[in-house]
Design a protein around this ligand. Sequence first.
Ligand code: HEM
Length: 480
Amino acid sequence: MRTLQDMQSYVGLTPEDEVTLRSLWPLLEPHADAVVDHFYERVQAFESTRALLSDDAQVQRLKGSLRVWLEDTVRSDRDAAYVQRRRRIGQVHADVGLQPQFLHTAMAVVLADLHQLIMTRCSFEEAGRICDVATRAFLIDLAIMNAAYVLSRDRLRAQELQRLLVAHLALAVLVVDGQGTVIACTPATSSWLDGRDPTGDAWVHALPAQGEASTLLAESQRAVSEGEVVVIPRVRSGERTFRITFVPLQHDDASVLIQIEELTEILSLEARLREAESLARIGAMSAAVANELGNPLAAIRATMQVIADGLTEDPELVGVMGKVQAEVDRMSRLVESLKAYAWREPPARRPIDLLEAVRGTLLEWSGAVEPSVRGRGAARGDVSHVAVILQGLLRNSLQAGAVTILIELWDGRMLVSDDGPGVDEGQRHAIFDAFVTTKPKGVGLGLTLARASAEDMGGSLDLATSSLGGAAFELRLPVV
Ligand code: HEM
């Protein structure tokens, strides 16, 4: 009300002026329908205002509302209820998406019609004063509508921004009521619930790690009872890791907000980084170690041979020497691998045909199993490196006892699957680590070097799920 009084006093609208305004109605009433018709004629003449009107029934309804408004503005008391009615009109126009300038142009049309009427129906002296009073009163009306319009539009925009933010938030957030039921959640929450919206469910059923439900329930109760944020830094669910935060809420309907962040990818990137660092260290050490060990090993091998030749009489000693010889051979292979790694050529990154690379490798492949090949694909990389990686993977499958091997190709992707025993669950996270091997004669560098080579080409080598029930490795390379 204070604002209305301020506006009236600003434009100098006195109680006498209000009396003058009311006296206008008997003159205006017979022409009110014509004023309203003219108003909607202008609205319908313009594309951007016409677009807001759906059908004739709506126009008839709006004409009725406008006529009521016209009479109300001329005749009613300027009180709090009047201000409220004008605010509502402003809000309705923000809701329907009317561009603000059309509130002003529409008001100009109404005022022009009123002036025309007054000028033709009143004496010259009277007309000037009545026009002036009407203009000031109707512009105050417009000011109230416009202020409410702007406020409402800004609120609508802020709400829309918030809606967009929530819709695209990669974070899963659940809002839970006092009974433990989910009453709202971000769309990201559905990602581990097969697209199911958990609203209405008990929140423990909407969690990634069902096995930990009782601990999480206790933590959420602790957050609510102590009124403090509780963070559980690592919650594991199969191969995935999450961080869960409970935020107590002071709200009539909601008691706690649960924020769930998936850390799986970050943790795997961190592991990759550590691995890359250790590979770089291996590279630097490899050259030194290979140099240091290469010559003494050759000498040991030669000496062992001489000793072994003189021991043919004693079967026990021959057995022991055989074992030592095998170990020396293993060390020699390690030195060879280290040398190959330390002095490896950086791979090219040129367009290659993956099918041709596979065919070339298989031409030289003499393993007992003939792999089948499906699909084709192009990638950016180095044929000789792809061939070495594939040979290594085929050799691994064969040594693991696979009898079927399948190589599948797509652009930038090669999947090698077998029907062998697969990779032991306990080995999966360490299989690419240096010096980890399950083979009695292995040195544990094959997969480490294969992954390093894939990464040198800008790609990756990872474990995958085998359609044949055994092991599967996926080589990914940049696409052309
Ligand atoms: C001085 C300018 C205007 C006044 C005084 C005015 C008055 C009104 C009134 C009294 C209502 C009913 C509000 C309610 O439901 O409570 C309304 C609604 C509406 N007005 Fe206006 N209006 C103006 C300008 C315009 C213009 C230029 C358009 C352009 C298309 C327009 C389109 C609408 C629409 C679409 C609705 C709501 C639709 C509905 O209820 O079906 N108005 N207006």
